[in-house]
Ligand binder design. Structure first.
Ligand SMILES: [Fe+2]
Length: 439
């Protein structure tokens, strides 16, 4: 077997096994309920991520026979090109396909896919197929971040080894924004390109001009955010965008999502239960919307960074005059560089506990912990070419870019050029921020 086939197979097996590992602690009842309109039942995630690969088989495997028309309907998410589907808010209104049937479907797809991947390398369209299989795996890793969890085995949290505060200065000038060949290290040889993956929305790399700026060394902490709350931040229209002030009033926002008050004390609910906010002051604030992040920044006399400012602070090494795949260099993330899924903390880590992961400018925890809001609109980069229908390009309106990944993002899935996107009011995902400032 060719190296590219073996690597793809290995990645396929790792990613597919991890989904089942994530859901392993669940009871059967947990698999079928939908906890909110914007969430999906775990059973649906298990089937949908397999459905994605079934569409690959349908397209590229001659003679492939569809497993079940009903499954195609239930497990499609939003792809118009793949026919009718069930509306997302209704995914929890069905008990069929059952969990057992869904797992059988998943095993069937895995068997087919294993044979298919092995047979691909001799085909003329091998490169195309590998890149769509890789997309399917990236897609599955995105879904791994969306799964509800109960009773997960939680690792011991690291301790903060240094106090990280204040801002660093980053010099302006021309910056190569986005993922690309050229001076980006680690560009793979032809034929291996699908193994070194970036989404179409991260390309092409292009020049942008930046003024000198300051950016926070650490994400904004619960303690800092609590000061904003205690200073009446949620009661003062001056800090808010109009859309934000509307949300504050209509939905009675007083704190980040999953914060609740008990006997006048702020508590934060996490996967591991309810904790006093005062015991988590030195952790990155999470579950805030773009609207809240912007209000905090204005109150603090700062602003949110643009995505180019964020990416330069995270990836550029002035001593080498080049970009790096990660803040600390080009080595793949591991336990000491950042808080990602494999750390298994199931929560943010204290600020200052990943000093090995700092960027050349001294910014910490840019990869992992919380996705960080930027002020940039999620729009195509100049010269954008869609590589996958209905994957990224159909979302290019009305959303904001977030960077850096969270504690639920798998290590193989993240890089400094990765562009996530959500609507400005959304706060159910693991999102925080750091601030920037003009010099
Ligand atoms: Fe999906």
């Amino acid at each position: 077997m060719k190296t590219s086939t073996i690597s793809m197979m290995k990645l396929y097996q790792t990613v597919r096994a991890r989904t089942l590992e994530i859901v392993a602690p669940l009871e059967i009842e947990d698999y079928v309920i939908q906890t909110a309109e914007f969430m999906s039942p775990p059973r649906w995630h298990i089937g949908h991520t397999s459905w994605f690969f079934e569409t690959v088989l349908q397209k590229f495997q001659t003679g492939y026979r569809t497993y079940s028309e009903d499954f195609l309907f239930y497990f499609n998410s939003y792809y118009e090109g793949f026919g009718p589907r069930m509306a997302r808010p209704k995914r929890g209104t069905r008990s069929r396909p059952t969990v057992k049937e869904t797992l059988r479907y998943r095993a069937h797809i895995d068997e087919q896919m294993s044979r298919f991947i092995e047979s691909v390398s001799d085909r003329d369209d091998a490169e195309t197929i590998f890149s769509i299989v890789r997309l399917g795996l990236e897609h599955e890793m995105q879904h791994q971040e969306l799964c509800d969890q109960f009773d997960a085995a939680i690792a011991v949290a690291p301790v903060s080894v240094e106090s990280v505060s204040g801002m660093v200065e980053v010099e302006g000038g021309l910056f190569e924004l986005g993922y690309g060949a050229g001076r980006d290290a680690g560009e793979p040889p032809a034929g291996m390109r699908a193994l070194h993956f970036a989404f179409d929305n991260e390309k092409p790399q292009h020049k942008v001009f930046l003024h000198d700026y300051l950016i926070d060394r650490a994400p904004v902490s619960n303690g800092e955010y609590l000061e904003f709350m205690n200073a009446g931040g949620y009661q003062d229209f001056r800090w808010w965008h109009s859309a934000g002030w509307e949300k504050v009033n209509q939905e009675h926002w007083q704190a980040p999502l999953y914060w609740e008050q008990r006997d006048g004390e702020w508590m934060i609910r996490e996967f591991a239960g309810l904790h006093f906010a005062k015991d988590k002051l030195n952790e990155p604030v999470s579950h805030v919307s773009f609207l809240e992040a912007s209000a905090y920044a204005k109150w603090a006399g700062k602003r949110l960074p643009t995505e180019a400012e964020w990416e330069k602070a995270a990836s550029f090494n002035p001593a080498l005059d080049s970009k790096q795949a990660f803040p600390w260099g080009n080595a793949a993330p591991d336990a000491i560089h950042g808080n990602l899924f494999e750390n298994r903390l199931w929560s943010v880590a204290p600020i200052g506990s990943f000093s090995e992961g700092k960027s050349a400018y001294g910014c910490q925890q840019m990869i992992g912990d919380v996705w960080e809001w930027t002020t940039s609109d999620y729009v195509p980069y100049p010269g954008f070419k869609s590589e996958f229908d209905e994957y990224n390009d159909k979302w290019f309106v009305g959303q904001k870019v977030l960077r850096g990944g969270s504690f639920a993002t798998p290590r193989a899935h993240i890089r400094t050029t990765y562009r996530n996107f959500f609507y400005p009011h959304e706060r159910w995902m693991i999102a925080g921020f750091r601030c920037a400032k003009d010099l």
